[in-house]
Design a protein around this ligand. Structure first.
Ligand code: UDX
Length: 439
């Protein structure tokens, strides 16, 4: 919304939330999320045509277009627990809109939702009308965290799904007119509402599938002495496959991939498509397996015991350039190491507050260290979980000098200079290639 406001100074954008503390943060000097470039965009538009307000009937009544961006987390109760999307926030929004918005207001579904949700929303909104009082569009968001502003300014595509017929077409064109302000026509794709919803889920599922495929190959490489980075480079140079999302690592995290995959699995199960459900479920299973085997390997290399050993965890965010730790592989890795009674010293440039929340209440010894050198001091091993560029630039001779012997680096993202570390004296265990061990 901030990018829309920035690109369209004559369009008034009001962001509303039921959480007033959140709104207060958006109005303050310190935004509630870290996202590169966002501070500048908000600073330019806020108070001009970008406003943050508590949700009121007046705001809804004044809107020509309402974007519904509520979260649709995985259900933690009842039918479909652990798999299906929890649509309670989303349905409440529909009912609030129905109560307060003007007829003719365009409702845009932005949350990633299982297919046919827009249809359900449309039925709630238009239950009392003969005609469509509230045209409903699906406009799923493809931005990735850490590159959100860039992804919005230069997207691969913008997707607008609408219902067939003149009302749907007119609504789709009204929304497209906003995006046309900074995007060429060919970037805007028009589909049916259902195709739009399913495309978003499928795009994430296929990205996750590439990561699980290369991660599955990384284990095969380790067993056979191949190097997964070499394999990945060769595969990726095939134009039909392409180089992106082929980096082996400790597994994917974030708020989307697992949730969307499970959504597809659940939906397929509901439709009786059991083989299809099993196919996508396997993408999730390989991801869990990758995390599990990473921690097993750490234990094996550290002589099968980490009790009381200090482990420096480099990175806790689910990827670099974000403070988001939702479904980060770091959570499962730290849990497993704590179960083995290791002492953890966690460092991350942005995510330590979230890390402390994620690990709250777990028994064991956990330190949060903004300074990576302090985290690594006296450690038996450095475990790199998130490939922040900062970690590449550290003075590893200094880290080695302060480390226990034998000193280990487990590079869960193949982010570091393995040969260089080995020459400094470290035992180096990369992902998907032979370890470099001093005998
Ligand atoms: C993703 C989609 O990319 C985006 O289009 C969608 O709108 C939301 O979900 P996001 O979750 O923000 O975005 O991050 P993304 O960059 O896709 O990374 C997801 C995870 O995959 C991270 O944990 C990352 O470390 C991991 N990853 C990515 C790999 O392990 N290897 C890769 O080659 C690429």
């Amino acid at each position: 919304m901030a990018v829309i406001a920035d690109q369209c100074p004559d369009v008034r954008v009001t962001v509303v939330d039921v959480n007033e503390a959140r709104i207060a943060q958006w109005r303050s000097a310190t935004l509630p999320v870290f996202e590169p470039g966002l501070d500048e965009v908000v600073a330019r538009a806020r108070g001009r045509n970008l406003f943050f307000e508590a949700i009121t009937p007046q705001v809804l009544a004044a809107a020509d277009v309402i974007f519904v961006c509520v979260n649709t987390p995985t259900k933690t109760f009842g039918e479909g627990k652990g798999m299906a999307a929890d649509l309670q926030y989303w349905e409440k929004s529909a009912r609030t809109i129905l109560q307060h918005a003007r007829k003719g207001t365009i409702v845009v579904e932005k949350s990633t939702v299982p297919v046919r949700t827009a249809e359900a929303m449309s039925r709630i909104l238009n239950a009392r009308a003969d005609d469509e009082d509230f045209p409903v569009l699906s406009n799923p968001e493809f931005l990735a965290e850490g590159t959100a502003v860039r992804d919005l300014l230069q997207p691969e595509r913008v997707l607008i799904g609408s219902r067939p017929g003149p009302a749907g077409d007119a609504a789709a064109q009204a929304l497209a007119a906003i995006y046309r302000r900074w995007l060429p026509e060919e970037k805007i794709l028009f589909t049916s509402v259902w195709s739009a919803e399913l495309s978003k889920l499928s795009a994430n599922a296929m990205l996750a599938q590439r990561i699980s495929s290369i991660n599955a190959l990384s284990e095969l490489c380790e067993r056979t002495g191949a190097d997964v980075q070499e394999v990945s480079q060769v595969i990726g140079s095939d134009r039909r496959i392409g180089p992106l999302f082929l980096q082996a690592g400790v597994g994917f995290g974030g708020s989307c991939f697992r949730k969307d995959l499970l959504n597809i699995v659940y939906m397929c199960g509901q439709l009786g498509l059991h083989e299809v459900a099993a196919y996508w479920k396997q993408v999730v299973d390989i991801n869990d397996h990758q995390v599990a085997r990473f921690t097993r390997d750490i234990l094996a290399h550290l002589f099968n015991t980490v009790v009381g050993k200090r482990m420096a965890i480099f990175g806790f965010a689910f990827k670099p350039e974000t403070d988001d730790t939702r479904d980060s592989p770091a959570i499962a890795i730290c849990r497993r190491l704590l179960e083995e009674r290791a002492e953890l010293a966690i460092t991350d440039p942005r995510a330590l507050d979230n890390a402390a929340r994620d690990l709250a209440g777990l028994p064991g010894s956990i330190h949060f260290e903004p300074d990576p050198y302090a985290a690594a001091r006296g450690a038996h091993a450095v475990v790199l979980v998130t490939d922040w560029p900062q970690f590449r630039a550290l003075d590893y001779a200094r880290i080695f000098a302060d480390a226990q012997r034998p000193a280990f680096v487990f590079d869960g993202r193949n982010a570091l200079d393995h040969r260089g570390l080995f020459e400094l004296g470290f035992n180096v265990v990369p992902m998907g290639k032979p370890p470099l061990l001093h005998r």
